[in-house]
Unconditional design. Structure first.
Length: 85
């Protein structure tokens, strides 16, 4: 199930972007997914779904913008994660 959300984009912005509305809509979804991922509001899988990508493609999308899926706040956290692997 999905819910439709509507936003208004000024016509001048659409004309400046010179992209079909569908392309802009998809990029907005992907930008939002990237934001929610970096803020840890949604999981990688949820963000991939929002971005309309599989997880592997979403990881590549993140890397395109310099965002790593390996986010550790300290060396201890990294060591702990390695031990748990």
């Amino acid at each position: 199930m999905s819910v439709a959300a509507k936003i208004n984009i000024p016509e001048s912005i659409l004309l400046s972007l010179r992209e079909p509305v569908e392309v802009i809509e998809l990029e907005m979804k992907r930008a939002l997914a990237m934001l929610y991922y970096t803020e840890k509001k949604l999981s990688l899988g949820q963000c991939a779904e929002l971005a309309e990508l599989d997880e592997r493609s979403f990881i590549h999308y993140l890397s395109k913008y310099g965002i790593s899926i390996f986010n550790f706040n300290s060396e201890n956290e990294l060591a702990e994660d390695i031990c748990n692997a």
